[in-house]
Write a protein that binds this ligand. Sequence first.
Ligand code: MEV
Length: 304
Amino acid sequence: MTTTHSAPGKIYLFGEHAVVYGKRAIASAINLRTTVTVRESARMTIASLLGTTGIDYAVHPYISRCIESLSVPAVSIKIDSEIPVGSGLGSSAAAVIATLGALNSEFDLGMSCTAIAEAGHAIEREVQGAASPTDTFVSTMGGTIMITPGASPPVSAKLRLIDCDIVIGDTREFSSTKELVGDVGVLHERYPVIMNPIFDTIDCFSEIGVPLIEKGDYRGVGELMNINHGLLDAIGVGSAKLSRLVYVARDAGAWGAKITGAGGGGCIVALARGVAADSVVQAISDSGGHAIATSASEEGVAAW
Ligand code: MEV
């Protein structure tokens, strides 16, 4: 038998890094997806852009862990993705969740959506060291959602889907979430009295952001995103390239623009609508970034 599942990538409106310290975050699934096809096979193979391997923790750590954690028979797995790798858009979570979804249905494992999201989160933690539940829960559930890490399950609210244009600016510089989370951890250990209030402030964006999102007040959401960007710079995950893309996006008419994900390299996200969104795309391209115009997606993991 053959089964294909697909799962979305995500952007953070607010809360990356602080969410690792238990603070709230708001993220949205986007219309960039990873598709995984699973086929029963005599030999275990994993094929992706990175190459074709068997169980291989150097090349395919996430998928290898998915297969081993579910103890399923040999399969051939093919991964196709629209989500740039190592860019802060949740490419590894989308691959994990689509793989778990496909294996669940191929072998009738009876896992619920919450069980898939929890298993995905455990796999991300095992492979990366530290990981919040954001990427795996958003990729499983879809939509625009508030994450409260301590709660069970951590998705505390499904919000009104962001319905303006979402423009991503990719610096095309690889960013290692593990390293950046580690760097922030060093600052946190060294200066807890400075870092904790910053995380507390970032937590407030999610609270103040909810009514703005519910009203579709993207000017207000954008204003908060701009402040959140400043705080991400403050905790050391910014870069000259990221800030350049943020500022050209704002100058071109975005309501707000900020780093999305771990930072260091990777992507920025900007909110705009219509002609302004076209100008933001152009401005990002003119500044040497790779612009991706997308939108929010209500669809989480699904048979494809
Ligand atoms: C990475 O996309 C976002 C971080 O907050 C890490 C995490 O949430 O696991 C930096």
